[in-house]
Ligand binder design. Structure first.
Ligand code: NAD
Length: 694
């Protein structure tokens, strides 16, 4: 095997040159790989004994995409186009031999080859859209020429993958190889030579795109569908534009259009945001004083206390990955009810074809009910999810301290109570940690892992790893009221409540937040969660607007009335004239002057206090990095990914602009708008949160 570059080797097997890429972990198309392909193709071209070339990869996958660490940096020669020209225009047949995942630039490499073979388990796709991009090396032009227009749109704009069966059917691969892939690919190459098969170039094939020529409606429909399912995202639309160009323009012009669209996205804010989130998610796993090799505790059995809204969902998360769970309730009826909800959720998933009925039974068999905490003597981790009440939680933790084995992790799903105080009810505060799931717990990806003053490092490391094992995105935070997410949310809540009393309507505010990219605005959200969380009928004295709505029986969607009206059985909010009147009456009673509030002011007053609180949270060391706060908002509160999270967004707006606006509001409305010291410092230095270092 001759070395061409650090990451590419070449070897001759009979008359076939095998260019072997070895660039772990995923054989990304880094400069070394590109140079290896260029030099390898040149060497093969100049060697008369070589009759065909196979391009294959070592390790766990064929080329899985571009090297995204090179994005945004000065381009390094040779470019991918140089390698692609040599492959596509080679006078000797080139065969791609694929295993693992041939994605993005990997699939584009395969599509400039004359033939493609793969292992039975290989997967293929163009996932660039997930980073706010389109394929930039001909993918949008070649793919429709092999798999047809609709499938190409689905793959490019949807970002999904297909397997070998479909790839064979569509003609994306020519042969499936059982057994040794490289040996099979070499045998295939010899067959191509022996039979004198032509040097097929996908770029010259038009039969699969012919029928869609001039049919603007195909693309209009796709734009509409993706406009709905990927509302606000630019990249799916650009992918559709590029495929349309493949159909209606020459290959050369289509490539030009693809490049134009690619560059526009690459230099725009959405892709920057999506790439930021990609890295932020990985960064979030790193904890400066808890190294990656910190020894972990075993988590083979989990105990959950409370089978309510959260407990049931948390139990499902464990069962989904095969962890046995015991779930405890105060009586059989509530236990049956909680287990019934888990079963119904699973059955719904099965009815949509996402799991089998067999899976439902298997998962349910892992969730066992109990009515006594004594059954938790052998569990490795407890997650308490009872009512949000400090006395109750302390009573439970004191009991757990007596019952659980030494070393068991004692977790609480509290939304905001002080973990240190809960830990103080035990003789082992080092084992106590917050495990804050988000509702619905079986769906939302975020897990805020709350580190108490005395929580041990191995308990933190184990909890973070447990979070990943149950397919969540864990973010480590410190103890404070509401932790990171809810603490920031409260700021938005305060201002949006104030604004409806000053003259904005719930529907105006919700529309601004919806148009920004959230799934719903704060008032629709309140109706969904229930206005009566933390409200007690006997104690309510009509002091707040919320009190009055609850007293009037307007508890949210569950009573078909909250800030909005709802038709029975429908979740569509309908603006309520009655609520408008209640708001106006309340404001008049409290002498709150009325004024017109612009959409710009609504957005600023919704987001800037959150950003300021985020800065305060960083200053206090409650969050490790600004990007962790972004991850929390994206995966816990559906902040639109294409806006990168609140701290990324703040940098985009400019901290100076936000700071100045806060000062303007402070002068008008008082010190609630006082900028945090960190925001002030960064703004005055002309810096962003991206420059924040501890
Ligand atoms: N609902 C949310 O959106 C949400 C989100 C994140 C965190 N949380 C937190 O999760 C916890 C639970 O909230 P929830 O919404 O699931 O409440 P819930 O009222 O739906 O469920 C609580 C369950 O705990 C049970 N319970 C009460 N005392 C118990 C005891 N001594 N032993 C065993 N079971 C007992 C109750 O019977 C009830 O079924 C709270 O701390 C809450 O703040 C809730």
């Amino acid at each position: 095997m001759a070395k061409i570059t650090e990451v590419v080797d070449m070897e001759k097997q009979g008359g076939v040159a095998v260019i072997m890429i070895n660039n772990p972990p995923v054989n990304a198309l880094s400069v070394g790989v590109r140079k290896g392909m260029v030099d390898g193709m040149k060497a093969a071209g100049g060697d008369d004994s070589v009759k065909a070339v196979v391009i294959a990869c070592g390790g766990r996958t064929f080329i899985a995409g571009a090297d995204i660490t090179e994005f945004g940096k000065a381009p390094q020669e040779p470019g991918l186009d140089v390698a692609f020209d040599l492959i596509e225009n080679s006078a000797k047949p080139v065969i791609a031999a694929m295993h693992g995942t041939a994605l993005g630039g990997g699939l584009e490499t395969a599509m400039v080859c004359h033939y493609r073979v793969s292992t039975p388990s290989a997967k293929f796709g163009q996932p660039e859209v997930n980073l706010g991009l389109i394929p930039g090396a001909g993918g949008t032009q070649r793919l429709p020429r092999i798999v047809g227009v609709q499938k190409a749109i689905d793959l490019c704009a949807g970002g999904g993958q297909i397997g070998v069966e479909e790839a064979l059917k569509e003609g994306l691969i020519d042969e499936m190889i059982e057994g040794d892939l490289v040996a099979g690919a070499v045998a295939f190459a010899k067959k191509v030579i022996a039979e004198g098969r032509p040097l097929r170039k996908i770029r010259d094939r038009n039969e699969k795109i012919e029928a869609a020529k001039g049919k603007a409606e195909i693309f209009a429909e796709a734009r509409k569908a993706y406009g709905k399912s990927k509302r606000g995202f630019e990249a799916p639309q650009a992918n559709i534009d590029a495929v349309e160009a493949a159909v209606n323009q020459s290959f050369e012009d289509g490539i030009k259009k693809e490049r134009e669209l690619f560059m526009k996205l690459m230099t725009g804010s959405q892709s920057a945001a999506q790439r930021h989130v990609f890295f932020a998610e990985r960064e979030c796993a790193k904890i400066p004083d808890v190294p990656a090799d910190t020894p972990q505790l075993p988590v083979n059995k989990v105990g959950i206390i409370g089978a309510g809204t959260m407990g049931g969902g948390i139990a499902m998360n464990c069962a989904n990955v095969g962890i046995p769970v015991k779930i405890m309730e105060v009586n059989q009826q509530l236990l049956d009810k909680g287990l019934g909800v888990c079963r119904r959720n699973y059955e719904n998933t099965a009815s949509r074809g996402r799991i089998t009925m067999d899976d439902v039974e298997k998962r349910m068999s892992l969730i066992k009910g109990t009515l006594t905490l004594d059954d938790f003597a052998d569990v490795d981790m407890v997650i308490e999810a009872v009512y949000e009440n400090m006395d109750l939680k302390k009573e439970i933790f004191a009991k757990l301290d007596k019952i659980c084995k030494p070393g068991a992790i004692l977790g609480s799903n509290t939304s905001g109570l002080n973990i240190n105080e809960i830990a103080s009810a035990t003789s082992r505060p080092e084992s106590v940690i917050g495990l804050h799931f988000f509702s619905p717990a079986n769906v939302m990806r975020l897990l805020e892992v709350v580190r108490g003053e005395k929580t041990a490092k191995n308990v933190i490391a184990t909890s973070m790893a447990f979070g990943r094992r149950i397919q969540k995105i864990p973010a480590l935070v410190g103890v404070c009221q509401g932790f990171v997410g809810n603490r920031m949310l409260r700021q938005r809540g305060r201002e949006t409540q104030k604004m409806i009393l000053e003259g904005a309507l719930p529907q105006q505010i919700d529309k601004v937040i919806f148009d920004f990219g959230f799934a719903m605005g704060p008032f629709a959200m309140s109706d969904l969660s229930g206005l009566d969380i933390g409200w007690k009928r006997g104690e309510s004295k009509g002091e707040t607007l919320r009190d009055r709505l609850c007293e009037a029986g307007r508890l949210g969607q569950k009573t078909n009335a909250g800030y909005y009206d709802y038709q029975p059985g429908s979740r569509t909010p309908i603006p309520s004239p009655l609520v408008e009147k209640m708001i106006k009456d309340y404001a008049a009673e409290k002498n709150i002057p009325q004024r017109a509030i612009t959409d710009d002011e609504i957005l600023e007053k919704s987001l800037y206090p959150m950003i300021n609180e985020g800065a305060q949270i960083l200053e206090e060391g409650i969050a490790i990095r600004p990007s962790d706060i972004d991850v929390i908002w994206i995966y816990g509160y559906n902040w639109p990914i294409y806006r990168g999270g609140p701290m990324f967004y703040a940098d985009l707006v400019g901290l100076k602009k936000i700071y100045d606006k806060m000062l303007e509001f402070q002068a008008r409305e008082g010190d609630i708008w006082k900028p945090s010291a960190l925001l002030e410092k960064l703004a005055k230095e002309g810096k962003g949160f991206k420059d924040f270092r501890r």
